[in-house]
Design a protein around this ligand. Structure first.
Ligand code: GLN
Length: 513
């Protein structure tokens, strides 16, 4: 087996290409992993995409894979196609032997006694785990500025945010710190950072990937999914992490569908693609985003797809419904951080040490502003006398949104819209205006409310910043979003290469942090 120097070229390959070179014995996993660790060391002072880097663990796994490959035989044959390709994990997903913080002071220093099911699968498949990525505290946000451990910067422009809540995973993949990452998407936290960083990200069908070990934000909306630079890579990772899990009571009984095959077929001739009227125009959409969207529609049309318009009138209420259902569930899920069972404990400065007062002091010191805002909103929406008016109405809207999707999918195989109304905004621009922050997710939230799959695929640049397009499909039809996204990726220049050639060289940037 030959060894390759830790070149920057190596980290710019797709995960599928890395895997092929590993299989062919052209590179070793140790070299590949070290190349990513070197990159992390070089750019982390600027980006802050990682909350924890696990170099030793990653290199141990890499050495194990290399040893199996060198020995050959049945063991080597049995290796997973992605074995030896490194991965980063959003710090909302629990990992044994590495801290899990949810980017919150309330979990600072906490070590999970168990692995999430997706992490177990990644370990079994022997992907070196590079570390845990930054996020908005408890995944509440759209910019990663709500992290208790400092914001992540966007590698395309370090004065801008990388999206959120999964800004760490998206920035790490965009900046070649990792070829693969895991995210979670409750209202868009995989897809919106994907749009802002030029990365591919999928929110799978609800129940398609186990949530066991994903720290709960809003349990009826949360989904773990892949973050990558190409559609094929996302499909490879999605197939690895997907499928039934008896430990998750909402897990679908079906095996994961054939997504890699779907991502390798690019023919859209005769396919019906529905433009969601409510999500493709209007106030708040930047012209550069609409231009990229329209160019994508033209490309799909020229390739033989039929573009139709679909009407989803209830989507106008999706954001309102989401910001009642999500905080209601979050307020209940976050009740467990009480300073008694695990995590941080803060004692009141004076007065008696009652359990209520310890809980109060712990939660006051441990949670950030945005988390507190949502807990208050959620407990209010669920309180006696308001439950029907707020939570109950929001659930009715949820049903109407599901019906809008059902009707739309009678007219089209997949639906399409811009993933976010704008490109990445400047740091600090929306931190004082929660409503402006919430509006980023206007296009991504309906899929979570309906439990259907969605993918973000890069669709070129607007003034040097990535624009993302979203495809949506009916529940359990995840293969359709991969097929459509791979087709668009191909039509726009193939595997996003056109985009990646233009990303600024971070080696020359530096910021005071
Ligand atoms: N940005 C949305 C929110 O703040 C979505 C978050 C997510 O998907 N985790 O709730």
């Amino acid at each position: 087996m030959t060894t390759t120097p830790h070149s920057t070229d190596l980290i710019r390959l797709t995960a599928a290409e890395m895997a092929a070179k590993l299989r062919a014995g052209e590179i070793t996993s140790v070299d590949l992993t070290q190349a990513h660790l070197d990159r992390i060391e070089a750019v982390e002072p600027t980006l802050n995409a990682f909350l924890h880097v696990s170099a030793e663990e990653a290199l141990t796994t890499a050495a194990e894979v290399d040893k199996i490959r060198v020995a050959g035989g049945a063991e080597a044959e049995k290796l997973h196609p992605l074995a030896g390709v490194p991965i980063a994990i959003k710090d909302l997903i629990v990992t044994k032997g590495q801290p899990t913080t949810a980017a919150s002071k309330i979990l600072e220093g906490w070590m999970s006694p168990y692995d999430a099911t997706v992490v177990e699968k990644i370990r079994e498949a022997k992907l070196p785990i590079l570390g845990k990525t930054n996020l908005d505290e408890f995944a509440m946000g759209s910019s990663t500025e709500h992290s208790a451990f400092g914001p992540t910067r966007n590698p395309w422009d370090i004065e801008r945010i990388p999206g959120g809540s999964g800004g760490g995973s998206a920035a790490a993949v965009a900046a070649f710190e990792a070829p693969l990452a895991l995210g979670t998407d409750t209202g868009g936290s995989i897809r919106e950072p994907g749009a802002f960083t030029g990365t591919v990200g999928t929110k799978p069908t609800y129940g398609g990937v186990s949530r066991y070990g994903a720290i709960a934000m809003a349990s009826s909306l949360d989904q773990i999914g892949p973050v990558t630079r190409t559609v094929e890579d996302a499909a490879l990772l999605h197939e690895l992490i997907g499928g039934h899990d008896p430990k998750d009571s909402t897990s679908l009984p079906e095996p994961v569908p054939a997504l890699v095959d779907a991502a390798r077929t690019h023919d859209v001739a005769g396919k019906k693609i529905g433009v969601i009227k409510q999500l493709a125009t209007g106030e708040g959409y930047q012209q550069g985003v609409l231009d990229a969207f329209n160019s994508s529609l033209d490309a799909l049309r020229e390739a033989g797809a039929e573009i139709v318009e679909v009407d989803c009138p209830s989507f106008d209420y999706a954001l309102g419904a989401y910001y009642l259902i999500m905080p209601s569930e979050a307020s209940s899920n976050l009740a467990r951080y009480d300073g008694v069972r695990y995590g941080t404990r803060v004692l009141p400065e004076e007065g008696p040490l009652t359990i209520e007062r310890v809980m109060g002091a712990t939660r006051a010191a441990g949670f950030g502003e945005e988390v507190k805002r949502r807990i208050i909103l959620g407990t209010y929406a669920l309180s006696a006398g308001y439950y029907d008016a707020y939570y109950g109405s929001a659930q009715k809207i949820r049903t109407l949104i599901q019906r809008d999707f059902d009707a739309a999918f009678e007219q089209a195989d997949v639906l399409i819209s811009p993933t976010a109304p704008t490109v990445a905004f400047k740091m600090g621009e929306k931190t004082d205006d929660p409503m402006a922050m919430y509006l980023n997710d206007i296009a991504t939230i309906p899929a979570n409310l309906a439990g259907i799959p969605g993918i973000n695929v890069p669709a070129g640049l607007s003034d040097g910043l990535p624009v993302g397009i979203q495809f949506l499909a009916p529940a359990k039809e995840d293969a359709r979003v991969y097929h459509a996204a791979a087709a668009l990726e191909e039509l726009l220049g193939g595997k996003g290469e056109v985009i990646w050639q233009q990303i600024p060289d971070l080696a020359s940037s530096s910021v005071d942090v």
